[in-house]
Ligand binder design. Structure first.
Ligand code: SF4
Length: 458
């Protein structure tokens, strides 16, 4: 599973350049996208931008930040779910808006972007990318040409688009931020002396010393006048329920982030504790699948008093692996990423904790690695319920036919994985672990109850 994108925006009232602060904020969000990165700034007269492919350090290799002057800036790190991985799809996207410059950076997925794109092409808009974010850019441009009012423009655009979106927009020296009316994607606000910072996750604030003030509310437009934070709620938000993505808590977000008022690390500890409540296994050690399952494993270990052990070590320097033509090469690729500590696992009854199972191929490999290292028993516990349907909101998952839990019972999966136990956390325990009411969460890929219209599920 891969998430799509992280965004940062900074509004400073001081006469200073803020692009390097956006860079550091994006650095803290690198886990949300490694395909490309970019920053756009406004210096009082001109818009400047730089985009590049790869990690932030690749995209900005040997870059001189003097070329990105200005005290207003936005930035983006990208993982693609719509559109290929190429420079043309890198954000921020730029255009003009009634004689002004506009830059936009988007996290999320616009479900109905194909039909909107066709309409815009018929009307003469020329696309340089194949992303839904450029659809958003031109929709805003088109509506703004009619209204010449940004708030009214967003009201109209929100009525046309379906999906998830957290967005930062720079229109000359004005910074705007918008979160979709269901709040599917996170977006938060911080302050650092004279500067306001907007970012996908609060970890981006910590790195630049800013203090988290609050989240951008679902359906809220945030903007700044004379360095005062202004807020407007789009009308449609009053009739739409919140639907925060549960997988931000289970897997995507960094554990040191706070999201919708909930501490992600604490949620994962709770998940481990609830896993123990539901599955009391007689085992020698509890082992996490590194890295995102570590807090849940600590939670299970604390509740069960079974010692926590690092049985698997992740090589953090392995990027994307190629599609390997032979089984031997595929097995090398998995071992490159993860290696067992034989002395920890040999002869042991192990509770192995993972955050989720998508296709099941990684889990199969992990079990094989542990068995080859001499594990006596493997009891696999998963920190969320079975994923039985795709995500339409910016999470690259799989189609229904590829999802192992959509096509097999838990018993069948247990056999396929070759484990002694396979146990999934219940929905009730997941919701309780997060601490947000059931009806304010998106659980679409778990229960097929999506917060918006979605295409036919395949
Ligand atoms: S469908 Fe699943 S992954 Fe997608 S937003 Fe909803 S809970 Fe998150």
């Amino acid at each position: 599973m891969k998430d799509k994108c992280g965004i940062v925006g900074i509004n400073s009232n001081l006469d200073k350049d803020v692009s390097s602060f956006v860079y550091y904020g994006l650095y803290a969000l690198q886990h949300r996208g490694q395909e490309s990165a970019g920053i756009a700034t406004f210096d009082g007269g001109k818009m400047h931008s730089h985009i590049g492919v790869g990690l932030l350090t690749d995209a900005f290799k040997d870059f001189d930040f003097n070329f990105l002057p200005g005290n207003r800036a936005i930035g983006h790190v990208r993982y693609s779910t719509t559109g290929d991985s190429k420079l043309e799809n890198s954000q921020p996207f730029l255009t003009t808006l009634n004689g002004k410059n506009m830059a936009i950076a988007h996290n999320g997925d616009i479900v109905n972007s194909p039909s909107l794109r066709c309409e815009l092409i018929k009307e003469g808009y020329e696309f340089t990318s194949d992303t839904d974010s450029e659809v958003l850019l031109y929709l805003i441009k088109k509506e703004h040409e009619k209204t010449n009012d940004f708030i009214l423009t967003i009201e109209r655009v929100v009525e046309k688009i379906v999906g998830s979106y957290s967005i930062v927009i720079l229109i000359d020296d004005k910074l705007y931020a918008l979160r979709d009316p269901a709040g599917i994607k996170p977006l938060a606000i911080a302050k650092n002396n004279q500067d306001y910072i907007i970012a996908t996750e609060t970890v981006a604030f910590d790195v630049i010393g800013a203090k988290h003030v609050r989240d951008v509310e679902p359906g809220e437009i945030v903007y700044f006048e004379n360095n005062k934070l202004k807020s407007y709620k789009v009308k449609v938000a009053n009739s739409i329920k919140n639907a925060h993505c549960v997988f931000e808590y289970v897997y995507f977000a960094r554990p040191d982030s706070v999201m919708n008022g909930k501490n992600v690390y604490k949620t994962r500890l709770n998940i481990g504790k609830h896993l123990y409540d539901e599955y009391k296994i007689d085992a020698d050690i509890v082992v996490p699948v590194p890295d995102s399952s570590i807090p849940a494993t600590i939670g299970y270990s604390r509740a069960s008093k079974i010692p926590y052990a690092e049985g698997l070590i992740k090589n953090r320097y392995v990027g994307r692996t190629f599609i390997m033509p032979t089984q031997e090469e595929r097995s090398i690729a998995v071992k490159l990423k993860i290696n067992p500590i034989k002395s920890e696992v040999k002869g042991k009854k192990i509770v192995l904790i993972d955050d989720s199972i998508v296709r099941g191929t990684t889990s199969q490999s992990l079990v094989k690695i542990l068995k080859e290292a001499g594990a006596k028993e493997i009891h696999m516990l998963i920190g969320c319920p079975p994923i039985v349907a795709p995500c339409y909101y910016g999470i690259s998952m799989a189609s229904k036919k590829e999802l192992i839990a959509a096509n097999n019972t838990v018993n069948q999966m247990k056999e396929m994985l070759g484990v002694e136990t396979l146990g999934y956390l219940s929905i009730e325990s997941l919701v309780e672990s997060i601490g947000i009411p059931f009806d304010k969460l998106c659980l679409g890929c778990i229960n097929e109850d999506y917060p918006t219209n979605v295409p036919p599920i395949i």
